[in-house]
Write a protein that binds this ligand. Structure first.
Ligand SMILES: O=C(O)CCC(=O)C(=O)O
Length: 242
């Protein structure tokens, strides 16, 4: 459970452990068996990880995440995307301050307020209007301990209330001395609004910094546009892992 008033004001919260060490270990073993982290693109991430590992869907619906989701989006929230991020010696990256402004959809349709479009590894992405992004919440589950020195995410509190910014409008809202470093232990999660400005540095002594990043939403998109993952949820047979 999180402090919901604080979450709405600041745009983020760090949870108590949502997963036991045993569950985390089970997930790491699963990822290692699948060699997903080695196949990730240059930046040490793997998009659409549920496509490669549909068993992870049970984690996205884990009771501990559901309890948080019930607080922040309500019981009708559904997962719309999952990404695995890792920082290793071979792929130790940093990202500048930005908001998360794209969603994955089933197909391109010209709908007012939606755009620009992009095709990322065969998956159609679009920037929706701010109202859609404001109905979304991200849960970043840490599989490894993530102190500041391991490339933890930094956030600018309250910036989720600015609406969608162009990347060239971001810098006036970034005050490094006011930023918060979201250090977290293995099993803990960072819950955040996608419009919250965030950035991260490279790890100082890279080993692993595995984060499963789940995006959740409520409600339909406009004029027949469909969330990609929601559509797939209805057609795939899932084997639970935890
Ligand atoms: O995991 C990170 O450090 C950054 C992830 C990121 O850039 C994002 O979620 O948009």
């Amino acid at each position: 459970m999180i402090d919901i008033a604080q979450f709405e004001k600041e745009g983020f919260a760090i949870t108590a452990p949502l997963f036991s060490l045993e569950e985390v270990q089970q997930l790491i073993t699963l990822l290692e068996q699948q060699k997903l982290q080695d196949e990730g693109p240059r930046r040490g991430g793997l998009r659409d990880v549920l496509d490669n590992l549909p068993a992870l869907r049970s984690m996205a619906d884990h009771a501990a995440i559901r309890a948080v989701m019930n607080q922040v989006l309500g019981k009708d929230a559904f997962v719309v995307r999952a990404t695995l991020f890792d920082k290793t010696a071979a792929s130790n990256w940093k990202v500048p301050w930005h908001q998360d402004v794209t969603i994955a959809v089933t197909e391109r349709r010209e709908v007012p307020g939606y755009g620009p479009w992009s095709n990322k590894a065969g998956v159609m992405h679009v920037q929706p209007p701010s109202e859609v992004l404001e109905r979304m919440v991200t849960v970043r589950v840490h599989l490894d301990d993530c102190p500041a020195s391991n490339g933890a995410l930094r956030v600018m509190p309250g910036t989720h209330r600015l609406g969608k910014l162009n990347q060239n409008e971001v810098s006036p809202y970034v005050e490094e001395e006011r930023s918060i470093c979201c250090a977290a232990a293995s099993g803990e999660a960072l819950v955040m609004r996608p419009l919250l400005l965030h950035a991260s540095s490279a790890a100082e002594h890279p080993g692993h910094r595995r984060v499963l990043h789940f995006d959740y939403a409520v409600g339909d998109l406009a004029d027949g546009l469909e969330w990609r993952m929601r559509a797939e949820a209805e057609t795939k047979q899932i084997t639970p892992i935890c």
